[in-house]
Design a protein around this ligand. Structure first.
Ligand code: ADP
Length: 463
């Protein structure tokens, strides 16, 4: 089984700290031990030198003789401390020798020192040292020499052992405390990292099973984890709005098709049952309803094409004025019938764009302007260059769009209440197509409008 990220992170941080602490503790232990042995050895050498000093003071220069009683007492006292003294005169003859005096006692004491050191500090290198120190008076006169033999290093005091032991305890305590802190911190860190990851996994699972409203709660992790969380949330939000659009499209299409289908079927039913005569007027009405259905289906196809990002955009240099004139000419008949004047004004701009798509945009805007304008009004198409953009404005003097609905008219199937009361036959898809096409060409579309005064639709394209 794969180990969890949380386990791996806390285990590796604990292991890392354990290794580091062990290395530090061991090197501290050995280096302190070495330093301390060195200190003890220097202390013993100084003590041996001080023994020699004391011996010199017991030499009587006038009588050229030694105070042997003192030497004996002093030598025995030094022996009890682990120092074997052998005093010689200038001729090399022995004046006082601890071994000669009591060989058994000397060996006994030295052996007990060696045994004690090896029992209490088996890792210490204890060796027998002999310091030969010249005995010379203040005036420089040499009166002999003394050999001081001792085991070194010799932890003569209990506090010497205690010091090293206390240090070792301190190191062990520091190691255990660091390890515990590392484990706690490691677990905490691992939780901070693993929690958003497991939240993201859980959320992805729920999203994939259709719960698009799932969101990962914000957390204060690292930048990468925050990016991951917001990416998953963004994905869920996109899927949710896609799903919502799909659902709305289905209900909108059903709603739009229901009226003409109900009309056709009720007409045909009445005619089949002989209630209505199949007069040419009634058959024409049925035909018109069927055409309305065909129109909606056609617009849906056009919407699908305009929203299809894979559709190729073929660019060429388009003369905007000629294009507008050509579009206006296709509406010559309804314009004339309704006595609406369509004027084209402004500079003649040339735009690198897809001519067919731009034509479709203008057709949609102009057909709306005509549809929602009373007879005898004016429509103006103006061309303008502002900064690096080309602007085409289609202004009418029609029914206008209430401010609250201006942002909604670009959505599929949206129709304002003002337009619903008019028999326009529109299904509310034209502007959705116009917006999608404008965006495909890299442009933007906006509207300014006042109820009963008119509307201005502006499409802007980078030049
Ligand atoms: P439709 O086929 O209903 O015209 P559109 O998508 O082209 O669909 O327009 C959506 C709605 O926006 C229209 O139903 C209408 O309410 C409003 N609209 C569009 N153009 C104009 C305009 N020039 N004047 C007033 N209202 C408009």
């Amino acid at each position: 089984m794969k180990k969890s990220l949380r386990f791996q992170l806390s285990f590796s941080s604990a292991l890392l700290v354990l290794l580091t602490v062990c290395i530090i503790a061991l090197s501290a232990h050995f280096s302190i031990q070495r330093q301390f042995d060195q200190y003890i050895m220097e202390r013993q050498a100084a003590h041996a030198a001080s023994l020699a000093e004391s011996i010199i003071s017991q030499y009587d220069v006038q009588q050229d003789s030694w105070n042997l009683d003192y030497l004996h007492g002093f030598g025995m006292y030094a022996l009890s401390d682990g120092y074997i003294m052998k005093v010689y005169d200038t001729s090399g003859a022995s004046v006082w020798d601890a071994e000669n005096h009591d060989m058994t006692l000397c060996h006994g004491i030295m052996e007990s020192i060696w045994t004690r050191m090896h029992q209490q500090k088996p890792d210490t290198n204890v060796s027998l040292i002999t310091d030969t120190i010249n005995l010379s008076m203040d005036d420089g006169m040499v009166i002999g020499h003394v050999d001081v033999q001792y085991y070194s290093p010799n932890y003569s005091r209990e506090s010497d052992f205690g010091f090293l032991e206390a240090l070792d305890h301190l190191l062990i305590f520091a190691a255990i405390a660091s390890l515990v802190i590392a484990i706690v911190l490691g677990l905490w860190m691992a939780r901070r990292i693993a929690k958003p990851l497991s939240d993201a996994t859980q959320a992805a699972r729920e999203i994939s099973s259709g719960h698009y409203d799932t969101r990962i709660p914000p957390h204060s992790g690292s930048a990468e984890l925050t990016t991951l969380t917001s990416a998953v949330n963004q994905m869920a939000q996109d899927l949710e709005s896609q799903e919502e659009r799909k659902r709305r499209l289905t209900t909108d299409v059903a709603h739009e098709l229901r009226t003409p289908i109900t009309n056709i079927s009720s007409y045909l039913e009445a005619m089949a049952e002989g209630i209505w005569e199949p007069t040419p007027e009634r058959l024409t009405e049925c035909h018109q309803e069927a055409q309305r259905i065909a129109g909606i289906v056609g617009q849906l196809e056009a919407l699908h094409r305009s929203e299809d990002q894979s559709v190729h955009v073929t660019k060429s240099a388009i003369q905007l004025r000629s294009l507008c004139e050509s579009v206006a000419s296709t509406f010559a008949r309804p314009l004339e019938e309704r006595n609406i004047k369509c004027e084209i004004e402004g500079e003649d701009l040339i735009l690198q764009t897809d001519g067919d798509k731009l034509r479709q945009i203008l057709i949609n805007l102009l057909s709306n302007a005509i549809k929602y304008s009373p007879d005898g009004t004016d429509i103006t198409i103006s061309l303008r260059q502002s900064k690096n953009n080309a602007q085409i404005r289609v202004a009418d003097q029609g029914i206008g769009i209430p401010p609250a609905e201006q942002a909604l008219i670009f959505e599929r199937f949206y129709r304002t209440d003002l337009s619903r009361s008019r028999e326009t036959g529109g299904a509310g898809i034209g502007l959705a197509i116009t917006k999608a096409l404008t965006e495909q060409l890299g442009g933007t579309i906006s509207v300014e409008s006042q109820v009963n005064k008119g509307s201005v639709f502006t499409v802007t394209f980078p030049l």
